[in-house]
Design a binder for this molecule. Structure first.
Ligand code: OAD
Length: 254
């Protein structure tokens, strides 16, 4: 298939679907200027070698430095703006009968673009939480030191670190939606972190099509119901949603 044919085919799948899951990763926010984890030299887990802050033991061992690193990330995402891919995903909700948005991202850009229900699998950078008393405070009001003003416990970001469990409710809901959807659109993820990366597989097992939007893939399907769309989310997602909406409108008038 040419890329034009693939886009039209993807649009037709979406237009026909009763239930769509959009599953996003760091790449959906790349065009908002937020570095991804594993791409190129500015990936968070490569050039800066910050993986040591992302597991509970590493966080504790490097407490002040790690706390400040998360604070800087929270400030970075707060000053970023949603891009056209986030906006297209909001629009998609109006095009399909049922849509579930599942993200691995902690940047809240989907919500800031206007998505109201977002299943966040890896937490968020909105708040810090006390490890001892579980009280939460927004990063904008967080103390300079990682020490809870209420009980003196250790403050930590509200993100899922390596080795920790995903928020159960969000994961269960995401898995149920993936298993039963007609189409899952994977946008901007390297699909390397389990269990989130199992969602496209759950969709395939349930008989759904999986559309993959990512500039780092080639156009070769890895499965008969996987449709790769090589390209940037900020360009492809608005195009895809426009085409799907046009098909539905044409059908409604025809
Ligand atoms: P990665 O950094 O692993 O992957 C980002 C993906 O986005 C890559 O496959 C890129 O090719 C793709 N990409 C880059 N620019 C893009 C663009 N403009 N449009 C579309 N795609 C683009 O990020 P994730 O897959 O999200 O977890 O990583 C998953 C998890 O690993 C993260 O949630 C984080 C990390 O460890 C935790 O911190 C728990």
């Amino acid at each position: 298939m040419t890329s034009e044919e693939s886009l039209e085919f993807a649009a037709a799948l979406i237009a026909d679907a009763r239930s769509v899951v959009v599953f996003t990763g760091a790449g959906v926010s790349a065009e908002s200027g937020i570095p991804t984890y594993r791409t190129g030299t500015d990936g968070l887990w490569s050039a800066q070698n910050m993986q040591r802050f992302a597991n509970p033991a590493g966080y504790r061992a490097n407490l002040l430095e790690a706390y400040q690193w998360y604070r800087a990330r929270a400030e970075g995402v707060a000053s970023a703006q949603p891009n056209s891919a986030h906006v297209a995903i909001v629009e998609l909700e109006r095009v399909v009968p049922r849509m579930t948005l599942v993200t691995q991202n902690i940047d809240s850009l989907h919500q800031r673009a206007g998505s109201r229900e977002v299943l966040e699998l890896h937490g968020n950078l909105r708040c810090v939480r006390c490890d001892a008393c579980s009280s939460r405070v927004p990063w904008t009001e967080a103390p300079a030191d990682p020490c809870c003003t209420g009980c003196g416990g250790m403050l930590r970001p509200e993100v899922v670190m390596f080795g920790e469990l995903l928020p159960e409710q969000a994961y269960v809901a995401a898995h149920a939606a993936a298993e039963s959807c007609d189409v899952l659109i994977s946008v901007g993820t390297s699909s390397q972190v389990f269990p989130a990366s199992g969602l496209p597989l759950a969709a395939l097992v349930g008989g759904a099509w999986v559309i993959v939007v990512n500039p780092e893939i080639d156009g070769q399907p890895t499965h008969e119901q996987v449709l790769p769309l090589p390209g940037a989310a900020g360009q492809l997602m608005p195009d895809l949603v426009r085409r799907a909406a046009a098909r539905k409108a044409a059908r409604a008038h025809g």
